[in-house]
Design a binder for this molecule. Structure first.
Ligand code: UD1
Ligand code: MG
Length: 470
């Protein structure tokens, strides 16, 4: 069978076991480490996506802590199954818990840790297809502290793995560390698991002890060295998570620049989620977040300090600086910003301007309409070529319910007016500045809804004189 990845998975009938039951204690979090996000995606979802693409014969996720949430993040797939590790008794215990779930025809088992998100698909494929009876992936680190050290025999095979807590001073300096990525012939794994003893210091069954067990039995344990440690060693704390995130964000920005023709002024300060689509000739300034399934079309310019969540920005629009747009659809050649808050269900047509200190929500805006300054426009539809003056407010909420404001095309709403919904301003109408509009305005009418001005001759001077005398 040819997998989706194009890797041939036919021969070995391999299952992959994902160890994902641990607490991730060093994250100091009430949420499982596996649910923490790396560049917009939970850690465990990376492995699930890679394995879905690789498509081995079977994948068994070993879960315990927050298992229902983790299961729902992993999602469904015909090859996925789940096993529960009832007592968290170490990595040996995790693999033991998975074994009864293996199908009868499985001949080879690859084991990977669920907390190592960016293991390359090709490496897992190589482990699935290799012929070694028992093998592990190791990486060399400048600072190996915290990881199990890999001790090598003269012939290059693995002699043992020594965990940090069991190290003597000489071995502390060994730079080669265990990544917890292994492959075994099924029978060898089954036999080895039976022989692992509880570690006296931590009271856990260490999967790593299987190396010494194999050596004793005369089974060669191969070492596969991987020279990109960041790809095979998962983050153990939040500092390591942020280092890894920087790598992932940056490599995504690099791909966008090199393969998709996107200009990114400072790729170290731009954060683009995996699901977001960015077209060619988009220009992105520093400090920009583009999240969820956002789609940024050709020739869009996103100026500094913008956050765009689950939104489409159509061709040629300029966004920013300092704009937040969520769950909205911005049309072609719009100008949004600076300092604009575009809330969900804002839908604009071509050539719309929404300017400084404007907040919008649930509105449809027609072609060429302008809302340039200091307004709140919510639960409204606005026609074409309408001008909404500075400081206009759609008063959509009566304290209990929300009401709709309908504004036609070629309307002029004077500054500082309040449109008290439900209300309709028909095509071509004028609303005089400072009006509080409570009744519909007919087509081409002028509404003035404010007290008439009275000027009292010399009254200011007389008043001042009186006040000063008191
Ligand atoms: C383990 C290895 C260490 C290696 C390191 C690489 C052991 C004893 N040590 O240490 O040699 O250098 O990984 O990252 O194996 N898990 C379970 N059930 C458990 C315990 C852990 O499913 O009872 C899962 C965790 O969710 C995690 C993986 O196994 O995904 C590794 O566990 P972790 O606690 O991170 O092991 P380390 O101490 O890092
Ligand atoms: Mg770990």
């Amino acid at each position: 069978m040819q997998a989706k990845s194009g890797v041939d998975m036919s021969e070995k009938n391999t299952a992959v076991i994902v160890m994902a039951a641990g607490f991730g204690t060093r994250f100091k979090s009430k949420r499982s480490k596996l649910l923490h996000e790396l560049s917009g995606k939970p850690l465990i979802r990376y492995i699930a996506d890679t394995l879905a693409e690789l498509s081995p014969a079977q994948v068994v996720f070993v879960l315990s802590h927050q298992k229902e949430e983790i299961k729902s993040v992993i999602g469904e797939n015909d090859i996925f199954s789940f096993a529960e590790q009832k007592v968290l008794d170490g990595t040996g215990g995790a693999v033991r818990a998975a074994m009864p779930a293996l199908k009868n025809d499985i001949k080879r088992v690859v084991i990977i840790p669920g907390d190592t998100p960016v293991i390359p698909l090709s490496l897992i494929a190589d482990m699935c297809n290799a012929s070694g009876k028992a093998m592990l992936v190791a990486a060399e680190l400048d600072d190996p502290a915290g990881y199990g050290r890999v001790i090598i025999n003269r012939d290059g095979s693995v002699k043992a793995i020594v965990e940090e807590t069991d190290l003597d001073d000489d071995r502390r300096l060994v730079p080669l560390v265990n990544t917890s990525i292994y492959a075994f012939e099924r029978k060898i794994l089954e036999d080895g698991l039976k022989k692992i003893q509880k570690n006296s210091q931590k009271g856990e069954y260490y999967l790593t002890d299987i190396v010494a067990i194999c050596n004793k039995e005369g089974i060669r344990f191969d070492c596969v060295r991987h020279d990109e440690p960041a790809e095979v060693l998962g983050p153990n704390n939040r500092l390591q998570l942020s280092d890894l995130a920087r790598l992932v964000w940056h490599s995504r920005a690099e791909i966008l620049m090199e393969e998709y023709g996107v200009t990114i002024i400072d790729p170290y300060t731009v954060y683009i989620d995996e699901k977001a689509e960015i077209a060619s000739d988009v220009e992105i300034y520093p400090n920009v977040f583009i999240e969820g399934g956002s789609r940024i079309e050709e020739d869009v310019k996103i100026l500094e300090n913008c956050r765009i969540v689950n939104s489409r920005i159509a061709k040629g629009s300029v966004i920013g600086p300092n704009v937040f747009i969520a769950d909205s659809d911005i049309g072609t050649n719009n100008k949004i910003g600076p300092f604009t808050y575009v809330r969900p269900k804002t839908v604009t047509s071509d050539g719309v301007k929404i300017g400084a200190y404007v907040e919008t929500k649930n509105i449809q805006v027609g072609k060429g309409t302008k809302i340039p300054h200091l307004s709140y426009v919510g639960d409204a539809s606005v026609g074409e070529k309408t001008n909404i003056g500075c400081g206009v407010i759609t008063c959509n909420y009566d304290g209990v319910k929300k009401h709709k404001t309908t504004i036609g095309s070629n309307v002029f709403v004077g500054s500082d007016s309040q449109l008290i919904a439900p209300v309709t301003i028909n095509d071509g109408a004028y609303v005089a500045a400072g009006s509080a509009v409570t009744h519909d305005v007919e087509k081409d009418d002028l509404a003035i809804a404010r007290a008439r001005q009275v000027n009292k001759s010399g009254m200011a001077a007389r008043l001042r004189k009186k006040l000063c005398a008191e």
